[in-house]
Write a new protein. Structure first.
Length: 609
């Protein structure tokens, strides 16, 4: 396999003119290797996705069917209890009867809507569909009978005003043949519904097993494509390296044989047209000249003995020149060998929001109550103070007990300090309300759909939440946050998920600056700008110690972390990469050098759809 592939590469190189330059050979070889690896891996990912798609769809449809049947069963049981609820309120106020009537009508509409939803479920060839359609027809007919029965019961109840008579009317209606027939039909339909639910449960369990198998097949396809593409890429790299190194090795071998054996009949045969072929032609010419000089010296020694010394000196000079040239050539070969191989490989392989929103909601209610009532408290206290002033004005000499109490509580100090106390409480509630607003903006749980948002609000909310970690503490100074915001339009995104990405990246930057403080001021810089009419970018950088190249290649891998045990899960950047690249179809890159800090660049489309 290797020989035909190498010949094909050589033929392609000649047709493209790559044989004329070593640098083009190297670039072509690594381009083929990287392209093969990327193409193979992408093909595996796509194949795995389409292999697992039917299983996911089947599991989703079955789960939907299961949920609809369960909700429908609960509503049927609830609506059957309507006569019993009428028994509890018989003879009471008309308002309760009207309320129960409206409640029955509402539940009946919901049941019919759910029947429509169940009827519109995707059909398959299983027996469950036949049961489902038969069950729908049965329930529709029985609900009509039950509705007419209830309306008749309402009509009879409307004719009586006495509670005892109303109870007897309901009891007679419930013991009628029609009521028994409706109840029996409901029980039969309930049994059919239970059997249908059991069938759907079995289908759901099977779909889960089917989905697990499909996921395993997807993993096998992805791993197989990656192994195959990586193996093929390595083979291409080896073939390319061999194609570059073989002419140089041949040139080195001939040079050594010429210098060691003094065989000037040897020639280097190079078929390429690159720099090595030029060097081979020069070496062949040099060897030819050396052989010619040697023959001339030998002939001169045989024919002209009297000029032996002169010819010998000339030969020595020629030999020195040859040796110097050979040494220069050897040095050039060593330099070529040292610079012939350059390998570049890079392979970069997504509860908190609900908790934050819940805490923000629970804090916001009492704080809003306190903040609003503080104004009334100030007014009430001012009225009390005014009353005290009037009392002291008209009764400057109170009794001894009152005078002792005034001195004991230090009334002048209380009057002076109370306004300061209330003002401090107002400032505190304002700060808490601001923090709660930032928490709600950060979580965005009530905005689970795509909407247009201002990215700057999300960044500022995240910084507010991280303020306690940014501020100075003990022997660690405050981290300086530099905002360089551009004029960004509102973009379409999942705000909560995007805020989560900001939280992960900013938290990592703060952790690094706290763990390894830089010389001077610790700084986190945030810059936003418009790339073009379709894209915006967010750059978050720090002046920390930087990230080594060996770690950057694994930065977005799941469960990979450099923190100590218990300090991190290794999922933050992996989840962030998933949110940016998959959910928002953007880009997330990291640029860092040791000692130069790290910079994360997020590129997002302005319109997601």
């Amino acid at each position: 396999m290797v020989i035909p592939l190498s010949r094909w590469i050589a033929g392609l190189s000649r047709r493209l003119g790559i044989n004329r330059s070593i640098s083009k050979k190297i670039s072509c070889g690594y381009a083929l290797a990287l392209g093969t690896a990327i193409f193979g891996t992408s093909a595996g990912l796509l194949g795995g996705y389409y292999a697992a798609f039917p299983a996911r769809k089947q599991a989703k449809n079955t789960l939907r069917k299961k949920q609809l049947l369960s909700e429908f069963n609960n509503h049927v049981l609830s609506i059957q209890l309507h006569p019993q609820r009428l028994l509890a309120i018989a003879g009471e106020s008309r308002i309760w009867v009207q309320y129960e009537t409206n409640q029955f009508n509402t539940e009946l509409r919901q049941l019919r809507q759910q029947l429509g939803d169940i009827e519109q479920l995707p059909q398959d060839a299983s027996s469950a569909d036949t049961q489902r359609l038969s069950l729908i027809d049965g329930y529709e007919l029985n609900l009509q009978e039950y509705e007419r029965f209830i309306q008749y019961l309402w009509l009879e109840l409307g004719k009586v005003n006495n509670q005892q008579i109303a109870l007897q009317t309901i009891a007679v209606a419930l013991s009628s043949d029609e009521a028994h027939q409706i109840s029996t039909t409901f029980e039969q339909l309930s049994e059919d519904l239970t059997r249908l639910q059991q069938t759907v449960d079995r289908q759901y369990n099977y779909s889960i097993v089917y989905r697990h198998r499909a996921e395993k097949l997807r993993l096998v396809i992805i791993l197989g494509s990656m192994v195959f593409s990586i193996g093929l890429a390595i083979s291409l790299a080896m073939i390319t390296s061999r194609a570059i190194a073989e002419p140089i090795e041949q040139l080195t071998l001939i040079s050594r044989r010429v210098t060691q054996d003094n065989n000037f009949q040897l020639r280097v045969s190079i078929q390429t047209q690159d720099e090595v072929s030029v060097l081979a032609e020069s070496l062949n010419q040099l060897v030819s000249w050396a052989g010619q000089y040697t023959r001339e010296l030998e002939e001169a020694r045989q024919t002209l003995e009297q000029r032996v010394v002169e010819r010998t000196q000339a030969l020595q000079r020629s030999e020195l020149s040859l040796r110097k040239q050979a040494e220069d050539l050897q040095q050039a070969l060593v330099e070529l060998q040292q610079t012939q191989l350059q390998l570049v490989q890079s392979e970069k392989m997504s509860g908190l929001g609900q908790l934050v929103a819940g805490i923000a909601h629970e804090i916001n209610n009492p704080i809003s109550f306190i903040h609003c009532n503080l104004k009334y408290a100030i007014t009430y206290i001012e009225d009390v103070v005014m009353l005290l002033d009037l009392y002291q004005h008209y009764y400057p000499d109170p009794i001894v007990e009152i005078q002792d109490a005034i001195e004991y509580i230090d009334l002048p100090f209380l009057r002076k300090d109370f306004s300061n106390l209330v003002q401090a409480m107002q400032e505190g509630t304002v700060r808490i309300i601001g923090i709660v607003k930032s928490l709600r903006t950060f979580s965005c749980l009530d905005e689970a759909t795509i909407k247009q948002v201002d990215i700057h609000d999300g960044i500022d909310s995240t910084l507010t939440i991280l303020n306690s970690r940014i501020a100075s503490a003990l022997d660690q100074p405050e981290i300086e946050v530099v905002r360089d915001y551009g004029q960004l339009p509102c973009i379409e995104c999942y705000a909560g998920q995007l805020n989560q990405v900001f939280m992960h990246i900013l938290s990592n930057a703060i952790d690094v600056l706290r763990r390894v403080p830089p010389e001077g001021i610790a700084r986190v810089a945030i810059a936003t700008r418009v790339v073009d009419s379709k894209w915006v970018s967010i750059e978050i950088s720090d002046n920390g110690p930087g990230i080594p190249e060996s770690l950057r290649s694994r930065l977005f891998d799941p469960f990979y972390t450099t923190k100590s045990v218990g300090s991190g899960t290794g999922m933050g950047l992996s989840i962030s990469h998933q949110i940016i690249t998959k959910t928002h179809r953007g880009y997330l890159d990291c640029d860092s050098d040791l000692g130069q800090g790290a910079k994360f660049t997020i590129k997002l489309p302005i319109e997601l759809h």
